[in-house]
Write a protein that binds this ligand. Structure first.
Ligand SMILES: Cc1ncc(COP(=O)(O)O)c(C=O)c1O
Length: 387
């Protein structure tokens, strides 16, 4: 589905401007790094590095998207879900009372790009002999407990499509373990060309290529008319946009063992990082302002720490079911994690369950303009305010 404004970063002239210097540490600067085709592929590779398989358990949060769970399931391991605290950290008190004898790894996410305090979680994993997979899919940049995000885990994973205008990509990173033995396969010429073409097409569609937008749109329209097969999904899709949640969550093991496309690798190295961090922070703060004192909804996290580069803006909506459908119909590019893994337990008092229904994730990425943010807020407020 095409939205009125881009759900994810787009290729634009602006994406090529500004210093490469970063305002915050970046997972891509980890001492050991392998670029992957996606964040979920990186989770699969981390679990494989740990030789996790049948009979093992992997700790996962009740507040999750299915792509966080599918890699463990693919390897035959059993997910063991833990509740989160009101600020989105693992509930370590609850975990202390559990039988963890079969647990081999724990996945902890910095939700929405807000780095979590990791010291206590690291100490917990060390005490239990559990490997920590730091999920930085939402936090490519940032500082957690005084250290770069990604440095606390035995392994860290990130998702490039959420921060860069790329058709695919993720990374497996580590400050603690070598990754030199990991070899990934190449991609075919057709995939490379399709990835490049999708990136340019969505950049032109959303007006990122000033001076060329019209001609590019016309060319892609013509290409569409002569294409015999249906087009592949647009480059800027988060995998959960269209199609069933099962299809979106499925892990393609063959693809997970390949390198990302060339254009994605190029952006991983060349992206102008300062602009990404500064624009995302400015957009997040603008949304906090726009949603102050709004009946029917409120910012879930109104404070933006100085060490964070947000992925999305989490908005708590009081009456989520009808509002979500109405906003999706209005082509507002937001989503929520309402599709939970089968048999995810409902623990009393676990905010994870409530978040999966009430928290709408709104884009705040670097390519949104003040006008687009204003449209986003006005549309959502009108829907949330209505009876
Ligand atoms: C917290 C979290 N971890 C991992 C992933 C998987 O990332 P990717 O979509 O790049 O496979 C996602 C995707 O949305 C995510 O939100």
């Amino acid at each position: 589905m095409r939205h009125i404004l881009p759900p994810l970063p787009i290729l634009s002239w602006a994406s090529q401007s500004g210093p490469r210097a970063r305002a915050l540490p970046c997972v891509l600067n980890s001492p050991h790094l392998v670029l992957t085709t996606s964040g979920r592929a990186a989770i699969l590779l981390a679990l494989e590095q740990l030789r996790i398989g049948r009979g093992d358990q992997v700790l996962l949060p009740t507040y999750h998207c299915p792509t966080m769970v599918s890699p463990a399931q693919h390897l035959g391991a059993e997910p063991l879900f833990f509740p989160i605290t009101a600020t989105g950290e693992p509930d370590l008190d609850w975990l202390a009372g559990q039988d963890l004898s079969r647990v081999r790894a724990m996945v902890v996410a910095h939700y929405f790009g807000m780095p979590k305090p990791m010291k206590a979680i690291r100490a917990f994993c060390d005490k239990q002999g559990i490997a920590l997979i730091e999920d930085c899919a939402h936090s490519l940049f940032g500082i957690a407990d005084g250290q770069p995000v990604g440095s606390w885990g035995d392994y860290a994973i990130a998702s490039l499509t959420k921060f860069l205008p790329v058709p695919d990509g993720g990374c497996l990173a580590s400050y603690r373990r070598e990754l030199s033995g990991l070899r990934l396969g190449g991609r075919g010429v057709r995939s490379e060309l399709r990835g490049l073409s999708n990136t340019i097409e969505s950049g032109a569609f959303y007006g990122g290529m000033r001076g060329l937008n019209r001609i590019l749109r016309a060319l892609f329209w013509l290409k569409g008319r002569f294409r015999s097969r249906p087009a592949t999904p647009a480059a800027t899709s988060n995998g959960m946009e269209d199609g069933s949640a099962y299809r979106a969550a499925r892990i393609d093991s063959k693809l997970a063992h390949r390198r990302p496309l060339m254009i994605s690798r190029w952006f991983a190295g060349q992206a102008k990082r300062e602009r990404i961090v500064l624009n995302r922070r400015a957009n997040y703060l603008a949304l906090v302002e726009l949603f102050q004192n709004t009946p029917g909804c409120r910012p879930l996290m109104a404070d933006l720490p100085e060490y964070a580069a947000p992925y999305v803006f989490p908005l708590w909506v009081d009456d989520p079911e009808t509002k979500y459908q109405q906003l999706r119909q209005a082509k507002v590019p937001l989503y929520r994690w309402d599709w939970l893994w089968p048999d995810t337990p409902a623990y009393a008092g676990d905010p994870g369950m409530a978040w999966s229904r009430h928290v709408f994730q709104l884009p705040c990425h670097q390519d949104l303009t003040p006008k687009q943010l204003a449209w986003l807020a006005t549309t959502i407020k009108a829907v949330c305010h209505s009876p």
